[in-house]
Design a protein around this ligand. Structure first.
Ligand code: COI
Length: 350
């Protein structure tokens, strides 16, 4: 693959307080960039991280034609850098792109471009269980024109941000019973930027009541529990782990599918099926709802300590050896090259 590379003159890394990172605020020295023009992706470039200039009429500003991905890189004790299932993100950005009527980005450009970028910025991947490099590939519509029709120019980019935990405190959720995130036939399964924009207002209302996230339910009747926007969601009722099946409303999360596989491998009974709000509320009343947790690249596996449903609040019990902690350890040990990778998920940057 032809790739133009322009190196930074001086790294900014010494200015970074790695012990005090706010999620997604600091970016590494370089960025990967490729433009789609005249019906084809042009020669990709890696150049110093910098601001971009766009015409105010660029379509992304007006119609939100934008999709993205979230991935992480980890550094092991030998200073080797690892990706987790990058093929899944590569495929998914093109699934999202297709739904938003954007051109697919070539697999080779994605994977080789990312590998080169990570080699160049490998100093930014810090060692230690608390650190990862969050990787944000995205595609935006850049045609200069405000007619409400698909763009004929796009920009694909990858930017990288050193991160610690996504949530800094405890997580509790509100079960949605008014607003919706996604509908049948819509874009809920895609990592479309607008899915996130649409969730901010209801999430702010939830946070004003002390809840960090909204747990979205189906738009038709608010009867089934679906996902939380920044994460897919799992429920442990007695010794069974439940999660909703993917659909055109739910993101096919890479962490989600890894959790299902690892849980089954641990001998945990996993049911992937529609999960009724009423059964979870009932299980919580009976003390049978032992755990809830979110799963996603940014949040990893995040226990959910309680929820609110139609103004009633529920706290989950504090338990030892939670499924969340067992599964989190299995997955993060694979991600960080601390355990055998029997599923073949880990990919070395080289
Ligand atoms: C991710 O986990 O990578 C996500 O996309 C969630 C993000 C919106 C913070």
């Amino acid at each position: 693959m032809a790739l133009q590379i322009e190196n930074i003159e001086k790294s900014r890394i010494s200015d970074v307080d790695f012990g005090n990172l706010k999620f997604g605020e600091i970016f590494t020295d370089h960025m990967f960039e490729c433009d789609f023009e005249n019906g084809a992706w042009q020669t990709p470039k890696i150049r110093p991280y910098q601001s971009l200039t766009f015409d105010p009429s660029a379509k992304v500003f007006h119609y939100g034609q934008a999709v993205f991905e979230g991935m992480k890189a980890y550094k092991d004790t030998n200073n080797d850098v690892w990706l987790f299932r990058p093929d899944q993100n590569q495929k998914r950005i093109n699934i999202s792109a297709e739904r938003l009527d954007m051109p697919a980005f070539p697999k080779e450009y994605f994977l080789e471009g990312l590998n080169t970028l990570l080699k160049m910025d490998s100093e930014w991947v810090q060692k230690g269980d608390d650190f990862a490099l969050y990787i944000r590939p995205f595609i935006i519509a850049t045609e200069h024109c405000v007619s409400a029709a698909t763009s004929n120019r796009y920009k694909f980019m990858i930017i990288c941000s050193p991160v610690q935990s996504y949530f800094t405190g405890e997580v509790r959720v509100v079960f949605a019973d008014e607003y919706s995130r996604a509908a049948n036939g819509g874009v809920g399964f895609a990592k479309a930027a607008g899915n996130y924009a649409a969730s901010f207002y209801p999430t702010r209302l939830a946070s004003e009541q002390g809840y960090q996230q909204v747990l979205w339910t189906d738009a038709a009747n608010h009867e089934f529990l679906e996902e939380a926007g920044t994460m897919n969601v799992f429920f442990r009722v007695n010794d069974t782990l439940l999660t909703a099946p993917t659909s055109d409303r739910i993101l096919d999360g890479v962490t989600r599918k890894s959790v299902i596989q690892v849980a089954k491998d641990e001998g945990i009974n996993v049911e992937v099926r529609n999960v009724r709000v009423s059964e979870i509320v009932e299980a919580a009343r009976k003390g049978e709802l032992l755990e809830m947790f979110g799963a996603g690249t940014a949040v990893v596996i995040s226990p959910i300590l309680g929820f609110s449903h139609q103004n009633e609040t529920f706290e989950l019990p504090k338990i030892e050896n939670s499924y969340a902690s067992i599964i989190k350890k299995r997955i993060t040990d694979i991600q960080r090259n601390k355990a055998e990778d029997k599923f073949g998920w880990r990919v070395k940057v080289q």
